[in-house]
Design a protein around this ligand. Structure first.
Ligand code: NAD
Length: 332
């Protein structure tokens, strides 16, 4: 089947070509993001493959549909970038990748937490400059601390298990109880209680209308003073401007984000020689107690290999007219 793949980089092309050795689909790669303006590139392709910052809104879907596309496969777990209702109206199927290494994201979240707490990013820069001073690098023991996990699904549970291994009390907030979370020693509480008790809060729930800006001025004020916030889920979960205000007063002790609400115009590209006009991200990176990474939590050999293989399995299922194991229904 002819498959148009948007937002690709060399590593996507290499791993997708590798995974395509057996299925043998006809793949056309595009570096550009999928938008209404670029949708025509997929004309004649029954399937398109997209990534987290592609704009798969109603207008883009209509343009894809007009060009003959009937399947949208996202190389991600999250699908907040796709208008599912519009796809359903057009009779287009949407698939995602649900089960690629949750360890990739959870381990990265732990890495961010350790770096933020123990100021490893600052020490790295200091020692390269011949500065071996410890002043300003003091952190706290994670052992015995309370860690809040918002979203106790696949990634949240792996993160929680690692935190239990550190000797932390782990509290969870979720709209659904996951027995795995309680089995590993996590304790469920309503979200406001988790926020109020957690010295570290880590976000692992999807971005939906209900979760947008779930971390806002009010919840930041309710956190223990100096708490650390880790977001490896989706940028829209955090009201970034409110987080900046909380960082300025010291109410928020540190912020590590792998995702950012306005990341679509920034991430996955080298802007080091450009003038960045987004003042919010520029303010964020100016704080010594903020770490920003460019949506790389998933980026391990295991995870990306599984993402590519699963995507091609979905395309093959679609081509053969079989049920789509990874289809996203509107209720998902
Ligand atoms: P999952 O579906 O296994 O778990 C999500 C959990 O969030 C579920 O338990 C669900 O009930 C819960 N949830 C839904 N609404 C909620 C709400 N209002 N409040 C609290 N909890 C709520 O998903 P997962 O595989 O663990 O992935 C979690 C998220 O991680 C994804 O949605 C995606 O946004 C993000 N993610 C980021 C990266 C990255 O590279 N940074 C990679 C993969 C996934």
């Amino acid at each position: 089947m002819k498959l148009a793949v948007f937002s690709t980089r060399k590593y996507d092309r290499d791993l997708l070509n590798e995974a395509n050795a057996a299925p043998g689909h006809e793949i056309v790669f595009f570096d550009v993001r999928l938008t209404r303006a670029t949708a025509a590139l997929a004309s004649g392709c029954p399937a398109v493959c997209v990534f987290v910052n592609d704009s798969v809104d109603a207008a883009t879907l209509a343009a894809l549909h007009a060009g003959g596309t009937r399947l949208v496969a996202t190389r991600s777990t999250g699908f907040n970038h796709i208008d599912l209702a519009a796809a359903a109206r057009l009779g287009m199927k949407v698939v995602r990748v649900t089960n690629y290494s949750p360890h990739s994201v959870a381990e990265f979240g732990v890495g961010l937490l350790l770096a933020l707490n123990r100021k490893i990013h600052r020490a790295y820069n200091r020692t390269r400059d011949g500065n071996f001073e410890l002043d300003g690098l003091m952190g706290f023991d994670l052992h015995g601390r309370t860690v809040g996990v918002v979203g106790t699904g696949k990634i949240g549970c792996v993160f929680a298990r690692i935190m239990r291994g550190f000797g932390c009390t782990v509290l969870g907030a979720d709209v659904q109880v996951n027995p795995e979370f309680t089995a590993l020693g996590g304790e469920y509480r309503p979200l406001p209680e988790v926020v109020a008790a957690s010295e570290v809060l880590s976000l692992h729930c999807p971005l939906t209308p209900a979760t947008r800006h779930m971390v806002n001025a009010q919840s930041l004020a309710a956190m223990p003073r100096g708490a650390l916030l880790i977001n490896t889920s989706r940028g829209g979960l955090v009201d970034t401007e409110a987080a900046i205000e909380a960082l300025k007063t010291g109410q928020l002790g540190g912020l590590a984000i792998d995702v950012y609400e306005q990341e679509a115009d920034l991430f996955f590209q080298d802007l080091s020689a450009s003038i960045i006009t987004d003042d919010v991200i520029q303010r964020l990176v100016s704080f010594p107690n903020v770490i920003v990474t460019g949506h790389q939590a998933f980026f391990t050999r295991e995870a990306v290999g599984t993402i590519m293989a699963t995507t091609l399995i979905s395309v093959s299922q679609f081509e053969r007219g079989e049920p789509l194991a990874n289809e996203i229904s509107i209720k998902s």
